[in-house]
Unconditional design. Structure first.
Length: 99
């Protein structure tokens, strides 16, 4: 009953009764949500990169920590500006929207 109510909105479903729901998508809200999550991940990645770079200056630091820190910083900036990164990749590789 819970599964039927979750998917179809009723617990009394018979054959042929389901007519569907509104499938329209509010793309602006979806882009806003994606942008906010990407910016959160970008900021976290950027600061993680700074922390890794500060650890690479230690005398007992493991090899490759500085490189990982730089990768985190670059990736953090790219994901923070996700739509600019997508546009740059599209322009670089000649990818365009199919219309």
């Amino acid at each position: 009953d819970i599964m039927l109510y979750t998917i179809y909105g009723t617990t009394t479903l018979t054959d042929g009764q389901y007519t569907g729901t509104d499938t329209s998508v509010d793309w602006q809200r979806l882009y806003t949500l994606i942008t906010r999550y990407c910016r959160l991940v970008g900021v976290i990645s950027f600061f993680r990169g700074l922390m890794l770079l500060s650890k690479s200056a230690d005398s007992n630091g493991q090899p490759g920590v500085g490189t990982r820190g730089m990768i985190h910083i670059i990736a953090g900036v790219m994901i923070y500006n996700v739509w600019g990164t997508v546009a740059a990749i599209q322009y670089t590789f000649g990818i365009s929207k199919v219309s």
